[in-house]
Design a protein around this ligand. Sequence first.
Ligand code: DC
Length: 222
Amino acid sequence: MAGIAEAVRRRPVVIAIDGPAAAGKGTLAKRLSQHYDLPYLDTGLLYRGIGKLAFDRGVDLDDPIATGDIARSLAPDHLDEAPLRGHEAGERASRVAVHPSVRQALEDFQRAFAAGPRGAVLDGRDIGTVICPGADVKIFVTASAEVRARRRTDELAAKGRPPEFERILAEVKERDARDAGRATAPLKPALDAHLLDTSEMDIETAFWTACGLIDRSLNRPE
Ligand code: DC
């Protein structure tokens, strides 16, 4: 472990985590950023911020020009996490994220974040394919739609909401179809991404499996 920590310290390291909604990539990416002591960017939050701003201002989420304008005006105080969590915010994010105007407005910021002196962990849909194609390690985290819907149903049930597995499964599938089916920067694994299917794993196993992939990749001779 120490050897890897040193490797991370000696040169910047960029770790790209992509995958579909509710695959657990946010939890995983955050934990990896702590483990490897790297700054972390949740890129989904940027799209969620734009979706919320557009909705609050009565802008049509399907209008590429108006949402592009909003994307260019996005500021850190629009990214207060609490109101951006949840299904509605995710749906709005997914809708504005189809527009090339919106995606383009976020590119420079994401690339500059990744180019910081220590490197970074970024999670999203197109990090390994578009934003950081040269990332040191790319992991595509996935799980079956049924498993993701089950996890989300259980999370909501733990908060006292009635279990609605079928509805949540339909929503997960709809979001997958939109994110993977769009023309610009669709959700897909980079050719050199490691696939991490967490369908049969708990978060602890997923975390240590990801660490193993990262440590092996960073140890590889250049
Ligand atoms: O990761 P998330 O669920 O917070 O993302 C919300 C939506 O934002 C997702 O459904 C599609 C979009 N998104 C994207 O298109 N590209 C990214 N890099 C991150 C998110």
